[in-house]
Design a protein around this ligand. Structure first.
Ligand code: SF4
Ligand code: SF4
Length: 114
């Protein structure tokens, strides 16, 4: 279908904060210092009432993310997905990703401007 939208799914339970997605995107697009298609943010650590520490790593996509259109046209995965060390990023149709997110706690779907 011509109007099918594509996006990215992140299961951030498993994101290790390795920055590989960030770096792969910068290299692929030749982005200079301070310019990102995806930028990793860190939250925490903080102590919970249970006494355990919580921390979160969150890859946030910017308006420069084009879902790696050139790579995808060649049948490749977006480079951030390809290089994710934890395999916690997926590329696909938003409809399919939303179903995956509905079954995956602490996950979300990124839909770029189209
Ligand atoms: S899909 Fe491509 S352009 Fe978008 S964040 Fe990932 S590597 Fe960057
Ligand atoms: S490559 Fe994967 S594990 Fe590493 S920071 Fe990005 S989303 Fe997290």
């Amino acid at each position: 279908m011509a109007d099918e939208k594509y996006g990215l799914f992140i299961d951030y339970t498993w994101c290790t904060g390795c920055h590989s997605c960030e770096m792969a995107c910068k290299v692929e697009h030749n982005f200079g210092e301070g310019v990102y298609g995806v930028k990793l943010f860190e939250d925490g650590p903080r102590m919970l009432p249970s006494g355990k520490y919580e921390y979160n790593y969150l890859p946030v996509f910017t308006s420069l993310c084009d879902l790696c259109a050139e790579r995808v046209e060649m049948g490749k995965l977006p480079t951030c997905v390809h290089h994710c060390q934890a395999a916690c990023m997926k590329y696909g149709k938003v409809e399919d990703l939303a179903k995956m997110a509905a079954e995956t706690p602490r996950s979300w779907v990124y839909v770029p401007e189209q």
